[in-house]
Every structure is written in C-alpha cells, then in structure tokens.
Design a protein around this ligand. Structure first.
Ligand SMILES: *Cc1c(COP(=O)(O)O)cnc(C)c1O
Length: 364
C-alpha cells in the first residue's frame, strides 16, 4: 500500500464539476482580477474567522509582509517570533528591513509566552506567533504581554485555518491574521494565494491599496504599493471549498485522535489542551531515531516529511543575526526528532491503519 504525504487530486475529484463550470463561466466573462468573486470570498472568509474584514493577496508571505509595512514596521525595529517556523515568517520580517528576534517554543511547537518578555527591547514593535501544525499558540498570555508593552500582534495563521482557542478562531486575536491558500494548506487554491483578516477598518483600506500598487482608484496613486492580489479564479475556487472546510478539518482531527491513541506508547505524540480545537495541518511525532523511522516507513510505502529540519536561526540567510546552535534548545531538539505523518481529509481508514501498524512495527 502506497501512501503519499499529500494527494491533492483526490480533493479535486470531488469538486471537479463545480470548479470546471466556474472556470468556464469566469473565463467567458473574462473576470480575472479584483473581480466580484474575490469580494465574495473576502466576505465569506471574514465571517468564517469572526473578523470584520478580509483582504485577498497573492500569497501568505505577502499577508505577513503587508501587515508589518502597514503598521510602519521597518529598519531599526524588531519583531518577536518562533525559530521553528517555515522560512516565510522570517523572510517577511527581514524583508521590511526589521530584524527577527526568536524566542524558543514549547512542547506544542508554539512560542513560549514565558520567554517573550525577556526578548522585548525598546526596538520591539510586534509579536508574531505562528500557529504551527494547526494549533493556536497560547494567545491568552501573548495578548496580555502585547497590551502591557504596547506591541502589535500579527498572527501567522498560515497552518491554522479553522483552528480555535477558547472558542475564538485563529486570525481573530491579533491586529491582523495572515493565512496562506497554498496547495499544502488545509484550505487551498490551485496555485498561490493568501488572505489577511482584520477588525481595523483603516488598516483594511490600506491593504486594499497596498496590494494594488498603492492605487486609491483607477488613476490616483497614494504611495508605492505592490502588485499582489488573490486572482478571481483562485478566489472562486476558495469559495467553492470554504463550505467544506469544517468537515475536512473534522477528518484531520479524527485521524489525529486515531494516531495519538494508538501510537502514544511507541513514539512521542502531540497532546491537545482542552480549550483548543486544533486542525492538525501537520501531525508530528517525535523519535530519537527519526531518520531510521523515516526509512522504515518509506519501506512500507509511507511518505513522511520533516517540518522543518533546519530552524530559522541556523539558516545561512539569518547568519548575520548572530545566533548559534544551542540558543533555542527546544526548537533544536525538536528539529532533530520530528517526523510528519501523512494526514489529509481524503485519507482512508485502511490507510490510517497501515500508517499506525507500520509505526508500531518499527524496532526503535
Ligand atoms: C505556508 C506558510 C507561510 C507562507 O505562505 P505562502 O502562501 O507559501 O507564501 C507562512 N508561514 C507559515 C507558518 C506557513 O506554513
């Protein structure tokens, strides 16, 4: 039995007719850029997240980048984030001219609120928690710290669409929530895409211009912005998919529960907090002989990945920040032992069982 790490074609099969009909309709009209489909998806997505506004952009990285430049963050400023995220988190901060400052993570792979205050300096402008693996960071204390020190909170919610913390959805805590619609995310389009959520009307209006060259209307440009909009066809696809998201996420959770219940005696498994509803974008186990486990699973036809093997502070791109091995022991220890198992809504019970039996048969 071969189990690929992702299988995007399966989701498409179920929605093929709707998507092709929509593609045909929009192509006949020529409605591609800043179309009514985009507006519709933005309204639906804001409502889904429980925010007033949402703005579709070219990708999740730009959602993060635009959030910071709209808040005036740039050279001379620092932004606190987690060192175990995807490259884009660090890139977005550095691309504004600001400097990322990393804070170690907890067992749940999210930033440790107890370690944030020690990293705050007069240069700090924002905290960027990353809701890694589809579990919301510990937002209670993070929001308290941000209020006490008057810092912005920008949520990197790229992996957490639909996840909640104490009944509140990811992307609705910070001044902005930043989502990716990349094909590997739980809600994805057929290419690149991103979306920003916010309750702040003036920021919303600013984002509408930033993504469109800084244009206030067709002819008047207020400032140099960017060209980074969510395409109309992608927005239409997202609109078709959004009503299915809760059902898909429920299946991710179901698989996660099965993995956790059956694997806890064999490998280290994640443990949910009772106040959270995770969406398990990634289901990550830990084992001291991770590479051997990876090979063992490959021999059983199971594709696994490491998200991510090199923490941000040890990347060549961040060399000038002066971090060293040993600076973030939890993130580093995790990077050496984590392994992501296949998890997606279309995974069948027999496949889940095969993954479970194969992990259990590993002679660690
Ligand atoms: C995917 C991802 C991003 C970037 O999204 P893109 O749409 O690929 O630009 C940012 N942060 C995290 C944590 C991600 O997983």
């Amino acid at each position: 039995m071969d189990i690929p790490f992702v299988n995007l074609g399966l989701q498409y099969q179920g929605l093929r007719k709707q998507i092709l009909d929509k593609f045909d309709e929009l192509s006949k009209k020529g409605a591609y850029v800043l179309s009514s489909e985009l507006r519709e998806f933005e309204e639906n997505f804001a409502q889904y997240c429980g925010t007033k506004f949402a703005i579709g952009v070219g990708n999740g990285s730009d959602a993060l980048f635009f959030s910071m430049i709209a808040l005036g963050i740039g050279k001379g400023d620092t932004v606190i984030t987690a060192p175990n995220s995807f490259i884009a988190t660090g890139w977005a901060i550095a691309n504004t001219g600001a400097q990322p400052v990393f804070v170690d993570v907890m067992d749940d792979y999210n930033i440790d609120p107890d370690k944030i205050e020690a990293a705050i300096t007069p240069q700090t402008k924002a905290i960027m928690p990353v809701h890694l693996t589809g579990r919301v960071a510990d937002m209670g204390p993070i929001m308290e710290i941000s209020q006490k020190h008057r810092l912005h909170v920008i949520e990197d919610a790229a992996q957490a669409v639909g996840a909640s913390y104490k009944g509140q959805k990811a992307g609705s805590f910070g001044v902005t929530g930043c989502f990716s619609l990349h094909p590997l995310k739980n809600l994805h389009v057929h290419g690149d895409g991103g979306i920003i959520t916010t309750n702040d009307e003036s920021l919303y209006e600013h984002f509408m211009k930033i993504r469109n060259h800084g244009l206030k209307n067709r002819d008047e440009c207020e400032f140099w912005g960017y060209n980074s909009r969510l395409d109309g066809i992608q927005a239409a696809i997202a609109n078709i998919k959004l009503p299915h998201l809760d059902r898909w996420n429920q299946r991710y959770r179901e698989i996660a529960v099965q993995y956790t219940e059956t694997l806890a005696d064999y490998v280290q498994v994640p443990t949910d907090q009772e106040y959270e509803i995770p969406v398990y974008h990634r289901y990550i186990i830990r084992h001291s002989r991770r590479d051997a486990l990876h090979s063992h699973l490959a021999e059983h036809g199971i594709e696994t990945k490491v998200n991510y093997p090199i923490p941000l502070h040890l990347q060549k791109a961040t060399q000038l920040l002066g971090y060293q091995k040993g600076d973030f022991p939890n993130a580093e220890q995790q990077a050496a032992t984590i392994l992501s198992l296949p998890i997606y809504a279309e995974l069948e019970d027999t496949q889940v069982d095969h993954v479970i039996n194969s992990v259990r048969s590993f002679q660690g």
